[in-house]
Write a protein that binds this ligand. Structure first.
Ligand code: PBG
Length: 334
């Protein structure tokens, strides 16, 4: 490729940047509301939405405010939602996670009723919001090795079935247990739920950028951390292996998370799979933009659109982002 253009002074790249119309014409990457997936939190046992301090503009919702928020988002063109439920009662096995009357299932049913088939509903599939110890799986014994992998898979199978029956178009396992996609696919198919798709958190790193989310979802581990099951941040080749494994296990969409510190991993993922690729622009990434913009240190709107465009440029088709509503709003302006 290098050398295909004449050198300066014949070639002057600024010619195509001269006017907004020229720049628009040669733009390589588009960002549209249809690329965005909005995360929503629904909490059991509250009568008013509760603002999340570290995530300005976001709330733990009641079933009613959840539906209202989703309708507002749909009004600006965001029609895909990933739902996180926060139960009133937590226990060691996270029994609310697969209870047909559990808050996430009620949330999915309420959203479906409100929005019909125009909306894409995704159930985040994990145990950390539901267990009293805050881990993403079942703890056996002292739990010093983290959640027990295979015992946790049994729970994930059941949660997948519950979410699918509640109307999820996709279930999204986020616990980074080995074999989670295969286990869930098998469980869904066995129950005749072969039309429910899987969005796999394939390469999810043990990141410092999940802090605000853990306040929002009330799922911080009470002891230990997630480093023994989430990926080690320096590893990109391993991320490729994780992605390939999830594709083989039956994922319909694969995801890289977080997004901004892992744009290289998104690009690697893009190059190894033809499946739709998602990236999760996580809570800490959102909070940084909001905090700096609030102080007037950056232009929040420009920074947000630049970040989302960069994630698309790296190769993501879909972006799970707390900026979804405002970004869609800005994109609709002429
Ligand atoms: C939990 C889960 C987490 C996020 C999504 N699902 C937190 C974690 O792994 O600790 C993080 C999302 C965010 O930070 O926006 N399974």
């Amino acid at each position: 490729m290098v050398g295909m253009t004449a050198p300066f002074p014949e070639h002057r790249p600024r010619r195509l940047r001269r006017t907004a119309a020229l720049r628009r014409m040669v733009r390589e990457t588009d960002l549209s509301p249809r690329n965005l997936i909005a995360p929503l939190f629904v909490k059991e046992g509250i009568s008013e939405p509760v603002p999340i301090a570290s995530m300005p503009g976001h709330h733990q919702h009641t079933l009613e405010s959840l539906c209202k928020e989703a309708v507002d988002l749909a009004g600006v063109g965001v029609t895909a939602f990933i739902l996180f439920g926060i139960p009133a009662e937590k226990d060691p096995g996270g029994s609310a996670a697969d209870d047909p009357e559990g808050i996430s299932q009620r949330g999915l049913r309420a959203l479906r009723e409100e929005l019909g088939s125009d909306a894409v509903l995704i159930g985040d599939l994990c145990l950390c919001e539901y267990t009293d110890h805050g881990h993403c799986g079942v703890i056996v014994g002292e739990g010093d090795g983290g959640p027990d992998n295979d015992a946790t898979l049994e729970r994930y199978r059941s949660i997948a079935v519950a979410q699918a029956r509640a109307g999820a178009d996709l279930v999204a396992p986020s616990g980074m247990m080995d074999g989670q996609v295969a286990a869930i696919r098998e469980a869904l198919d066995r129950e005749g739920l072969d039309r429910t798709a899987i969005l796999a958190y394939a390469a999810k790193f043990a990141s410092a950028f999940y802090g605000p989310f853990r306040d929002a979802a009330e799922g911080a581990p009470r002891f230990g951390d997630r480093a023994e099951h989430q990926m080690d941040p320096p590893n990109a080749e391993e991320a490729v292996r994780e992605i390939e494994a999830d594709v083989q296990e039956g994922a319909d969409i694969v995801m890289v998370k977080p997004a901004l510190p892992y744009l290289d991993v998104i690009r690697l993922a893009r190059d190894v799979t033809g499946l739709p690729l998602a990236a999760y622009n996580v809570s800490g990434e959102y909070a940084m933009v909001k905090a700096a913009a609030e102080r007037g240190w950056i232009d929040g709107r420009k920074a947000t659109l630049e970040i989302l465009t960069a994630i698309r440029r790296a190769g993501a088709d879909l972006i799970v982002t707390y900026h979804a509503g405002e970004a869609a709003d800005w994109l609709s302006e002429p």
